[in-house]
Design a protein around this ligand. Structure first.
Ligand SMILES: Cc1cc2nc3c(=O)[nH]c(=O)nc-3n(C[C@H](O)[C@H](O)[C@H](O)COP(=O)(O)OP(=O)(O)OC[C@H]3O[C@@H](n4cnc5c(N)ncnc54)[C@H](O)[C@@H]3O)c2cc1C
Length: 412
């Protein structure tokens, strides 16, 4: 069986390594000629880390980031609403990893090339079009740089080509641009002395005046860590300026004044923002869940299939879960049952990820922040006065169940 993957992001590369490990002949085509370590921080949840473990990738990826030990929610006065252990500290057999997206991407690229062979992960090849006769998919690729066109064919085409997927657009030509929530995310990293446990991810404020931060490197000799942070505000009045671009540079004056006075005894949020080298802005967008991903011998994976708000650490994690699922199903089915395997992949992953897309629109676990703001906008003497007994735990556990990483003790 031969599989072509369009898109060499985190999802496409993981799928390629998983298929290769199962004896499938794989070819990856990535549009960008010279892949760079772009992006800022992302989290990989324990169930996705367990999949990377199955590919023997933990020795490669664990040294790249920080093993998250806790997740904390604060109101905008810096008062603790909820905290829970994460990763190994919570009882998972593998960690949750907070890591620079670009470092993770480059490490996966190197591994994929080493395992599959250099020529099996070709950059500078953008999928332009394809035809599918029900048994064989023919693809046409544009070579960046010399404008030549290359043709190839396979039994299966996987569109892992991100939020602006060419493959998805072919089957859903009227879908238009991603849907904007009206919020903008400013993302950056800053080097500061570690705070809380040195492995703590926190979210503070409420929708749409929110701040998220977590360390993505271990402390250096002076105890400093690279902290990834995201500030979020409603910017509906400004309209959506341009097509979403993860690398568009943002300006401090657009958001810093709203966070300047967030000075708590363990962190000065304004100082953290001012210390950033470069700030990027990204509109908070997603797309409606689809009624199918698989059409004939073509299917979708990762952000091409289920772009979602970056809430709850699911963007990369769900792409990794897609990758292992499709690899297992195709390998188990063999060449005689490819259609059934692609349908089984669709039946398995599409409803699960659709539920996460919709839950993230309702703010996922961060709804706790909104409830705290609604019920106690000036703060509280005791958080137990603001939430009913068990309410916060129930919100946190429900989201983990939706995203597929709840422990048996957390299931209702
Ligand atoms: C440059 C960049 C920076 C990012 N930064 C962040 C971040 O800071 N924080 C965060 O939470 N998420 C970030 N993301 C998104 C995050 O990586 C994804 O949500 C998640 O990893 C799922 O990955 P994916 O492989 O499905 O999609 P992506 O990571 O988007 O990868 C898709 C790949 O497909 C390629 N591609 C697109 N069109 C074609 C085509 N026609 N033919 C061939 N290849 C094509 C793209 O160049 C890209 O490499 C970023 C994505 C990108 C591309």
């Amino acid at each position: 069986m031969r599989v072509i993957i369009a898109g060499g992001g985190i999802g496409g590369l993981t799928a390629a390594m998983a298929l290769h490990a199962r004896g499938v002949d794989v070819q990856v085509y990535e549009a960008v000629q010279d892949l760079q370590p772009l992006g800022v921080g992302i989290n990989v949840l324990p169930h996705a880390m367990a999949k990377l473990d199955r590919l023997d990738l933990l020795p490669t990826v664990l040294p790249l980031g920080v093993q998250t030990a806790e997740l904390c929610f604060y109101n905008l006065h810096g008062q603790l609403i909820w905290s829970e252990p994460r990763g190994v500290a919570a009882g998972y057999p593998v960690p949750q990893l907070s890591v620079h997206r670009g470092r993770l991407h480059m490490a996966l690229l190197d591994e994929a090339r080493a395992r599959l062979g250099e020529g099996r992960v070709l950059t500078g090849h953008a999928l332009r079009s394809f035809t599918d006769d029900g048994r064989r998919v023919e693809v046409e690729l544009e070579c960046r740089g010399d404008d030549t066109v290359v043709r190839d064919h396979a039994d299966v085409l996987i569109g892992a080509d991100g939020i602006h997927s060419t493959v998805r657009r072919r089957f859903h030509p009227d879908e238009g641009l991603p849907q904007w929530s009206g919020n903008v995310l400013w993302r950056a990293t800053t080097v500061v002395p570690g705070y809380l446990t040195g492995r703590s991810m926190f979210m503070a404020g409420h929708r749409p005046h929110k701040f998220v931060a977590y360390p993505i490197t271990e402390p250096d000799a002076a105890g400093h860590q690279v902290i990834n942070w995201i500030a979020e505000l409603d910017r509906r009045e400004l309209g959506l300026a341009a097509r979403e671009d993860w690398n568009r540079v943002g300006s401090l004056e657009d958001f810093l004044p709203r966070f300047e006075n967030w000075v708590w005894d363990w962190l000065d949020v304004g100082a953290l923002i001012r210390g950033a080298e470069a700030v990027y802005e990204f509109p908070m967008v997603d797309r409606d869940p689809l009624d199918r991903w698989t059409v004939g011998r073509v299917t979708l994976l990762g952000d091409a299939a289920h772009p979602m708000y970056p809430i709850g650490s699911n963007g990369a994690s769900q792409a990794i879960l897609d990758a292992l699922t499709i690899a297992d199903l195709l390998a188990a089915a063999g060449s005689g049952a490819i259609d059934a395997a692609l349908q089984a992949y669709d039946d398995d992953r599409r409803p699960t990820t659709a539920a996460i897309v919709l839950s993230n629109r309702r703010h996922g676990p961060e709804v706790m922040l909104d409830l705290a703001q609604e019920r106690a906008p000036g703060g509280f003497a005791d958080v137990a006065d603001v939430f009913a007994a068990g309410e916060r735990e129930e919100i946190a556990n429900r989201y983990k169940q939706t995203a597929g990483f709840s422990l048996p003790s957390q299931r209702g």
